[in-house]
Design a protein around this ligand. Structure first.
Ligand SMILES: [Mg+2]
Length: 271
């Protein structure tokens, strides 16, 4: 009799588990995403890879950077040693093949990011190496401030060297340590150098004012600092990712494919 009761309990448990799985019941109450996709990235990646206009924007930015550096070099009132500070990803190295993989594999960042960076195969962005070699040739120190981490250091150095960037070593490569903000690293350079130019694809590459801020604050700060762009701040295009995207989702606490998709459509301004 006891054996029969035990069998009934076990059979009931299996039935309950089966029913739970079939109804997508999540024991931790955290619904798992089943609709994840990266289709929204498609045009942004194609723009980065296929649009000659994008290539032209990179050339335009680095041509302007050179003009502005020449202007700064001609300023004899500036006595200190000069430096140029550049971001790495989507500023001087093109990671669009990684973004493309995220679409074809339907994967979510940071999956495979370390696989990609360890390959050290990213190509230089158009005009970047020529500009930085020009700066180095003029006696200007070149610093790379990136939010890649210590584990990625060796491969990043290898990649930058193979793409013919100057001053690539552990002194000139300032990786992310504790915080993603680049302000402390900029201040460290400013103790010894006059920073003639900052070059980046994300507003946080230029000033702490943009760290972890909302879309509204970012927009207002850009207006406030408008005279710096094309002068001391040189911006590159990146429609694939960036703080601009994070800010949209943060405002609505969107953290699932469904809510992010809804936010993207909601924020469109049509007529
Ligand atoms: Mg970047």
């Amino acid at each position: 009799m006891r054996f029969i009761s035990k069998s009934i309990i076990i059979a009931f448990s299996f039935f309950a588990l089966y029913a739970c799985v079939n109804q997508n019941c999540d024991v931790k109450n955290t619904p798992k995403e089943t609709t994840f996709n990266n289709d929204h990235l498609l045009m942004a990646v194609l723009y980065q890879q296929q649009a000659a206009e994008c290539k032209a924007l990179y050339y335009q930015a680095f041509n302007l950077a050179q003009l502005m550096l020449d202007k700064d070099l001609a300023d004899k009132t500036q006595k200190g040693k000069r430096a140029v500070v550049v971001d790495i990803d989507e500023t001087i190295l093109d990671n669009s093949p990684f973004e493309a993989k995220m679409i074809t594999k339907n994967a979510k960042y940071p999956e495979d990011w370390n696989v990609w960076t360890s390959m050290a195969k990213a190509k230089a962005c158009s005009g970047a190496a020529d500009f930085l070699n020009y700066a180095a040739g003029k006696g200007v120190e070149v610093f790379y401030i990136t939010n890649r981490n210590e584990k990625e250091a060796d491969a990043t150095i290898k990649n930058l060297k193979e793409e013919h960037f100057p001053m690539v070593d552990t002194i000139h490569l300032l990786l992310k340590a504790k915080e993603s903000s680049k302000e402390m690293r900029r201040l460290k350079i400013m103790k010894k150098y006059h920073i003639a130019l900052l070059v980046g694809d994300n507003l946080t590459d230029f000033a702490a004012d943009f760290d972890k801020t909302s879309s509204e604050v970012r927009d207002a700060k850009v207006t406030e600092l408008r005279k710096e762009f094309g002068k001391r701040f040189i911006v590159l295009p990146n429609a694939m990712y960036g703080d601009w995207e994070r800010a949209m989702y943060d405002a609505y606490k969107a953290d699932t494919t469904k809510t992010k998709t809804a936010i993207r459509k909601m924020l469109l301004k049509d007529f």
